[in-house]
Write a protein that binds this ligand. Structure first.
Ligand code: ARG
Length: 466
C-alpha cells in the first residue's frame, strides 16, 4: 500500500517515509510546545503577506480566524497532533489549510528554517521573562528570611571550618547577589534572543517584496530604544543557535548557584548544624526510618544541576562542526533548551517556596556563633591597634589559641597573665574583643557582615525587589 505523503514531501516524493524513518525524524512529540509562538508568528506573517498584496483581506482574516480557532483547540487539549506531519509547524499549517483554503498561501516566502528559528526566539523570550520573575521570587524569599531573622548571627565558614561571625541575613544576601548577576546575564542574553529572523527563508531570503520590519514590529522585536531588531544575514539567521547556548550557559550558572544554596540548606537542616527547620510540607520522609525528615527539594535542586550542565554541553557539541546553514541536527536543540528552562524554573520556584516555609533555630545559631574562636582575628586586630605589625600579631594569637587548647579553656577564659605570657602588648581590655555585639558593630564597611551594614543591604534589596 502506498503511504500517504505528508505535506513536506508532496510533489517530489512518490510516498511517505518508512515508518521507522518517520519515528526517527519526527519532532512533534516535543516541539508541540512551540504551538502558541508558531501561531503568533504565522499571524504576523499573514498580516505582512496581506500588506504586500499576497493575501487579500478576506484571506488574511480567514487565516487569522483559523489559526486562532486551532489555538483554542490546542489550549483546550482538543487538537490531535499527527506524528506523520513531523513537527508543530506542519501540523498547524496542514490543519489550517484543511479548514481554510487560503492556508495554502501562508508559507509564501517562508521556510520551516526561519519559522523554527522565529518560534524558538519567541518562546525563549517569554521563558526568560518568566524565569526573571521566578528568580526575583527567590530573592524575595531570601530577603524575607533575612529580615525575619535580622539579629541572628551564625559562624561564617571557610573550608567548612568555623571562620568568623556573620549575620545569618548576610549569608542569605550572598545568594541574592549571585542571583542578581544571573538576572543581568539573562537580560543580556534576552537582547540577542530578541532579534527577528523571519524573512530569511530556507537560506537565501525570498524574491517576493517582504516587509521584514513590519513583521518584526508586530512581534515586538524591539530594543530598549524601540528600534526594530532584524537578523542581518539570512544564512546566519537560519543556522544560529547561539542565543540558545547563551541561555543554557546562563541557566547552568544559575543552576550552580541554586546547587550551592541547596547544599547550605542541607547542611543547616542536619542535626549537626540544626540552624533551620524546614516545614513538613516541604520535606519528605523515609520509607524505612520513621524519624527521618529529608530536605529533598534542596537535594533534587543540587542533583538536577547535572542535567542543566549537560544540556549546555549537548548544545555546544551539536553546533560544533555544522556546515552552513540549516542542518537537521538542529532539531536536537529543543529538548535540551526546554529541559534547561523547565529545570531551572522549577528549581528556582521550589527553593523559594521551601525557604518561605523555613524557621530559623535561634538558640542553635546563637550557641554556634558564641564560639570565641570566631573572634581570634579580632584579637589580632587588637594587637595591631596596640602598634604590632599584623604578621607578629597573627603569630601571637596563634600561640594564645594553642595555649587555650592545651589548658582546655575557651579563648575568652584565659587570664591576663596567660595572655601576657605570650605577648606583653595584651592589656586589660584585650578580652573585650570577645563581645560579639561590639564585634559585629565594628564590621560596617560596604559589604561587611556587621549589624548596620546588613540592615542597610536588606533595606536596599527590599526596595529593589518590590
Ligand atoms: N522540525 C524542524 C526542526 O526542529 C523544523 C525545521 C525543519 N526544516 C527542514 N528543512 N527539515 O529543526
Amino acid at each position: 500500500m502506498k503511504r500517504k505523503s505528508p505535506v513536506s514531501r508532496s510533489g517530489r516524493f512518490a510516498g511517505g517515509p518508512a515508518a521507522e524513518v518517520a519515528q526517527f525524524t519526527e519532532s512533534i512529540s516535543f516541539d508541540w510546545r512551540l504551538w502558541r509562538h508558531d501561531i503568533q508568528g504565522s499571524l504576523a506573517h499573514a498580516a505582512m503577506l496581506h500588506k504586500i498584496g499576497v493575501l487579500t483581506r478576506t484571506e488574511k482574516n480567514a487565516i487569522a480566524r483559523g489559526l486562532n480557532q486551532i489555538g483554542r483547540e490546542i489550549s483546550a487539549g482538543k487538537f490531535t497532533w499527527k506524528p506523520a506531519l513531523e513537527d508543530v509547524h506542519m501540523n498547524i499549517e496542514a490543519e489550517l489549510t484543511r479548514r481554510v483554503p487560503a492556508g495554502a498561501k501562508l508559507h509564501t516566502a517562508r521556510s520551516r528554517n526561519d519559522q523554527v528559528a522565529l518560534d524558538l526566539r519567541l518562546w525563549l523570550r517569554d521563558e526568560i521573562t518568566a524565569l526573571l520573575g521566578d528568580i526575583a521570587g527567590l530573592q524575595r524569599a531570601l530577603v524575607s528570611l533575612g529580615e525575619q531573622n535580622a539579629g541572628v548571627l551564625i559562624p561564617g565558614y571557610t573550608h567548612l571550618q568555623r571562620a568568623q561571625p556573620v549575620a545569618f541575613a548576610h549569608h542569605l544576601l550572598a545568594y541574592v547577589e549571585m542571583l542578581e548577576r544571573d538576572c543581568d546575564r539573562l537580560w543580556d542574553c534576552r537582547a540577542r534572543v530578541n532579534v527577528c529572523p523571519l524573512g530569511s527563508g530556507a537560506i537565501a531570503g525570498s524574491t517576493l517584496p517582504l516587509d521584514r520590519e513590519f513583521v518584526a514590529r508586530q512581534l515586538g522585536f524591539l530594543d530598549i530604544h524601540r528600534r526594530v531588531q532584524l537578523t542581518q544575514n539570512s544564512m546566519d539567521a537560519v543556522s544560529d543557535r547561539d542565543f540558545a547556548v547563551e541561555f543554557c550557559a546562563a541557566g547552568a550558572l544559575l543552576a550552580a548557584h541554586l546547587s550551592r544554596l541547596a547544599e547550605d540548606v542541607i547542611l543547616w537542616a542536619s542535626a549537626e548544624f540544626h540552624f533551620i527547620r524546614i516545614a513538613d510540607a516541604y520535606t519528605t520522609g523515609s520509607s524505612l526510618m520513621p524519624q527521618k525528615k529529608n530536605p529533598d527539594i534542596a537535594e533534587l535542586t543540587r542533583g538536577k544541576t547535572g542535567r542543566v550542565f549537560g544540556n549546555l554541553m549537548s548544545l555546544l557539541t551539536l553546533l560544533k562542526g555544522l556546515p552552513m546553514t540549516y542542518n537537521r541536527d538542529l532539531q536536537e536543540d529543543k529538548e535540551r533548551l526546554f529541559d534547561t528552562a523547565d529545570t531551572v524554573r522549577a528549581s528556582t520556584r521550589l527553593m523559594a517556596a521551601m525557604l518561605s516555609h523555613t524557621q530559623v533555630n535561634r538558640p542553635a545559631c546563637a550557641a554556634a556563633a558564641s564560639d570565641p574562636a570566631l573572634l581570634a582575628t579580632d584579637l589580632a586586630d587588637y594587637l595591631v591597634r596596640q602598634g604590632l605589625a599584623f604578621r607578629p600579631a597573627h603569630h601571637a594569637v596563634g600561640a594564645v589559641v594553642a595555649l587555650a587548647e592545651k589548658s582546655d579553656k575557651p579563648l575568652n577564659q584565659l587570664t591576663l597573665a596567660e595572655l601576657q605570657s605570650v605577648d606583653k602588648h595584651f592589656g586589660r581590655d584585650a578580652l573585650d574583643v570577645f563581645n560579639l555585639k561590639t564585634a559585629m558593630a565594628q564590621r560596617n564597611q560596604t559589604g561587611a557582615p556587621g549589624t548596620k551594614e546588613v540592615a542597610k543591604q536588606l533595606k536596599r534589596w527590599r526596595q529593589q525587589l518590590s
